[in-house]
Design a protein around this ligand. Structure first.
Ligand code: 5CA
Length: 168
């Protein structure tokens, strides 16, 4: 028998269904807290992990969400250009307050408030990707083209051209 989902993971399952999708949230026995953890636990390429990164617009304190492949870093100047001016990286407290979820489990949808969302185009190169679902053990698998209707986000080029791989 499958164990019932935790409250946070259930919220994401519900948010997925509310958007008309049938992706299944799974809570795994090992950590999916970082992109590397998730890739190891799932057994996929780290590039297939969707990182959900919160940034703060400095002037307005608005939270914005960048979705990027586990293979890449976000170029904040690109995000600022398509987004909302000067950006700061959110700290853990700001990320939790604006989404309702802790870092390591921040999902692409189902937040406490509507958050403007920017999706890096390189995620669309994969057939299947996995995203966090509210806890550091919860993920769901999806076709990356569904990220657009799931989040009401926009697709853009966000990836940093740095050639060294991200460490998380
Ligand atoms: N569960 C996985 C994906 S399935 C996940 O949430 N990955 S993540 O990349 O979206 O979230 C972890 C990210 O949070 C790390 O890449 C790191 O950049 C960021 N992070 C970790 N600790 C902090 C912190 N204290 N403040 C701000 N950001 C942090």
């Amino acid at each position: 028998m499958t164990k019932p989902l935790s409250r946070s993971a259930r919220r994401i399952q519900q948010a997925i269904e509310n958007r008309g999708f049938d992706f299944i949230v799974k809570e795994l026995p090992q950590s999916t807290r970082t992109a590397n953890d998730a890739a190891r636990t799932i057994g996929c390429d780290v590039g297939q992990i969707v990182k959900s990164l919160i940034f703060r617009v400095e002037d307005t304190d608005e939270a914005i969400l960048a979705l990027v492949s586990g293979n890449h870093r976000v170029d904040t100047s690109k995000l600022a250009a398509v987004g909302a001016g000067k950006l700061a990286r959110a700290d853990a407290d700001f990320a939790r307050r604006s989404t309702g979820f802790a870092i390591g489990g921040i999902p692409p949808c189902g937040h406490d408030q509507a958050i403007r969302t920017f999706i890096d185009e390189s995620l669309l190169e994969y057939d299947r990707v996995w995203a966090a679902a509210g806890t550091p053990n919860a993920v769901f698998e999806l076709d990356p083209s569904a990220l657009l209707p799931l989040t009401s986000g926009v697709i853009c080029d966000l990836r940093s051209d740095e050639d060294h791989p991200p460490t998380d």
